[in-house]
Design a binder for this molecule. Structure first.
Ligand code: DGT
Ligand code: MG
Length: 391
């Protein structure tokens, strides 16, 4: 984030950075943004963490395996045609020399993810985490300070533009200053945003449009961003309401003026595992014990006394495979919380496990058959927490 001469290539190189000028819909060609926001997305994140842990892996095609899926792979593997979320069988067919590392234990990914956020926060407090490997950072103030220091500035790296000329840097000085660094950055000028957005195939490519929204849009015949750009606002408002419809229309032209909300320490910590079939109480007990052993250690490192335990299960359902989660929660008695803080792990895990099993039997009738595909446990430091933000 600092100037080009800073030696921050160690962390800067392995991530994609986009600068997000936040503009009003009606003001899209203006050179005066309200905010300048950087979006960081780590490249092949889990693979990078494994390459840091074992540098020998940098020189081989590497895939990270969870169950029978390669959830991500390094760039050497991508050169051989591997993609994220490919089956292990297909990945090995494409690249027989592929080295696979198991990635089911998320501890190291989680730790590095927080380190990246901490590093960004050391430059600027307005950093918002989005999952493990993405962060938004509002650098408006930094840019304003920089603009006062530089009389002239130019774009470094590539510029994506059909109509580029040197004076574009004068038109968009905040953008030139914000991307003032080498390393193959590409600057997208505001006047080209709408057209590049229109070239994206699916609405799901856009931050802020999830599975459910995409499904509702599909119902209206809107599947691409171009479709959304030309779809009448009134018709969209009938389905989503006025304000969501406006937001969707804005997103479709690359305009989003929501604020970066600093994330801070997570309100809750969670761990989960998914599987094809779990149908015996013994397996459930063992899985809960395993999840809680990891969670208790993280709660201890967090240092705040956990107050609430929540257990989530997903039952098998052929029709609604991914969205049928149920959960129950209960308070963590203070003596158990204290054991966690004191580092009395075994005892705390045993007591939390029996609490979690009670929650489990509130959802599953004890003598009836069941088929689970996921178990998740969350602990929260706040008894009134709604579990919206977990780390
Ligand atoms: P990128 O950003 O295209 O260079 O590649 P990644 O690997 O950073 O992928 P990204 O940013 O979509 O996700 C970050 C990490 O999250 C990734 O390294 C592995 C994990 N991940 C992504 N998608 C899935 C998924 O659908 N299932 C599971 N279990 N993990 C996923
Ligand atoms: Mg990534």
């Amino acid at each position: 984030m600092e100037s080009a001469e800073d030696d921050d290539a160690e962390w800067r190189a392995p991530c994609s950075i986009s600068l997000v000028p936040s503009l009003e819909l009606s003001n899209i060609t203006s050179s005066t943004p309200h905010k300048v926001i950087v979006h960081f997305d780590m490249d092949c994140f889990y693979a990078q963490v494994e390459m840091l842990r074992n540098p020998a892996l940098r020189h081989v095609p590497l895939g990270i395996q969870q169950k029978y899926i390669v959830v991500t792979c390094n760039y050497l593997a991508r050169e051989q045609g591997l993609t994220k979320l490919m089956s292990v069988t297909e990945a090995k067919e494409k690249c027989p020399e592929l080295v696979l590392v198991k990635g089911e234990d998320l501890t190291h990914y989680r730790e590095l993810s927080h380190k990246v956020t901490e590093l960004l926060v050391s430059y600027c407090p307005l950093v918002e985490r989005l999952g493990f490997d993405e962060n938004f950072m509002d650098i408006t103030e930094m840019v304003e300070r920089r603009l006062q220091q530089y009389e002239t500035c130019t774009f470094n790296g590539h510029v994506y533009s059909n109509n580029y000329s040197e004076d574009k840097a004068k038109m968009y000085p905040w953008l030139a200053v914000g991307t003032f660094k080498p390393n193959q950055q590409t600057t997208l000028l505001p006047e080209d945003i709408s057209s590049i957005m229109g070239s994206l195939s699916s609405v799901r490519k856009v931050q802020g449009i999830g599975h459910q929204t995409a499904k509702r849009l599909q119902g209206l015949g809107v599947s691409s961003i171009k479709d959304l750009q030309i779809f009448p606002l009134d018709n969209l408002a009938r389905e989503f309401g006025e304000s969501s419809a406006r937001r969707l229309k804005n997103i479709a032209i690359g305009s989003d003026d929501s604020a970066v909300t600093p994330t801070g320490a997570p309100q809750s910590l969670s761990d989960e595992d998914s599987f094809k079939k779990m149908s015996s109480p013994k397996e459930v007990l063992e899985k809960i014990q395993e999840l809680l052993a990891c969670l208790v250690e993280r709660m201890h490192n967090d240092g705040r006394r956990p107050q609430t335990l929540r257990l989530t299960i997903r039952r098998y359902s052929a029709s609604n495979k991914w969205y049928s989660r149920e959960s129950r929660q209960g308070p963590i008695p203070s003596h158990i919380g204290q054991k966690i803080i004191n580092g009395n792990f075994d005892n705390a895990v045993d007591q939390l496990t029996s609490l979690a099993m009670k929650l489990f039997y509130k959802m599953v009738v004890s003598n009836k058959a069941f088929h689970l595909t996921l178990i998740n446990s969350i602990s929260s430091k706040d008894p009134n927490d709604h579990f919206t933000q977990s780390g």
